[in-house]
Design a protein around this ligand. Structure first.
Ligand SMILES: Cc1cc2nc3c(=O)[nH]c(=O)nc-3n(C[C@H](O)[C@H](O)[C@H](O)COP(=O)(O)O)c2cc1C
Length: 214
């Protein structure tokens, strides 16, 4: 097997987006430490690495520098607690291009509640959703550059407090308000207001209809 890719091997980002088929689902499975154990064909195709390079590599291999560190802290806090979580993620392909996806992280546990693995299901998101999250990510990255992740975490906490939302509610709000698919399905701004009081089952059905990933 080839030597695993390290941070130093990471490509230089170029400002060019990879278009992903609307129906595509990019899947990867990691062990409890975040080492990639399985990937599907679409994941391989979009990431641009071959399977041998990916299997056994840490998942940060596709990390884009435009992604704030604090977002991954949120993801890991949830999945280590065996809670599902969604994140809007910009990833870096081997050729330096980027692609945006909505990622649903799912934790699999054994009978004694020990983590067996983590699976990420990713669906492409439209430009409006990207544009809705980008200013926040830019602010968080700028804060991290200057003052570190503790400062960006504090900023995000205050940002959410001002919005009167939890992290999960912010993601839902952005999708409902900005995702063209949501609008096409008849969901819209009025749905965003309903979301806070919606039952888990109804929300699940919404995500199923929208992305088929929950
Ligand atoms: C199942 C799973 C999927 C992940 N998918 C991604 C991904 O698509 N992109 C990414 O940058 N990080 C992903 N991560 C998070 C990485 O493990 C890592 O926390 C992140 O890239 C930040 O890495 P760094 O702290 O070394 O910079 C995933 C983690 C898990 C458990």
């Amino acid at each position: 097997m080839s030597a695993k890719l390290t941070k130093a091997d990471r490509p230089n980002p170029i400002n060019e987006e990879i278009k992903i088929d609307d129906e595509a689902v990019l899947i990867s499975v990691t062990d409890p430490k975040g080492i990639i154990r399985e990937v599907n064909d679409v994941f391989i195709e979009i990431a641009g690495y071959n399977e041998e390079e990916l299997i056994g590599a840490p998942h940060n291999i596709i990390r884009h520098p435009d992604m704030p560190q604090v977002m991954f802290k949120i993801v890991w806090e949830h999945i280590k607690d065996r809670e599902n979580v969604m994140a809007l993620v910009k990833n870096l392909a081997k050729d330096g291009r980027y692609y945006w996806i909505l990622t649903d992280f799912v934790t699999k546990v054994d009978a004694s509640r020990e983590v067996v693995n983590y699976t990420a299901y990713r669906r492409p998101i439209c430009k409006d959703v990207q544009n809705a999250i980008t200013p926040l990510y830019k602010a968080l990255c700028a804060i991290e550059d200057i003052a570190g992740m503790e400062a960006s975490e504090k900023f995000l906490g205050e940002y959410l407090e001002n919005k009167g939302m939890t992290y999960d509610e912010m993601i839902e709000d952005i999708i409902v308000k900005h995702c063209k698919k949501a609008a096409a399905l008849g969901f819209g701004n009025q749905m965003a207001d309903d979301f806070k009081t919606m039952s888990t089952e109804k929300k699940q059905s919404f995500w199923n209809k929208l992305f088929g990933i929950k």
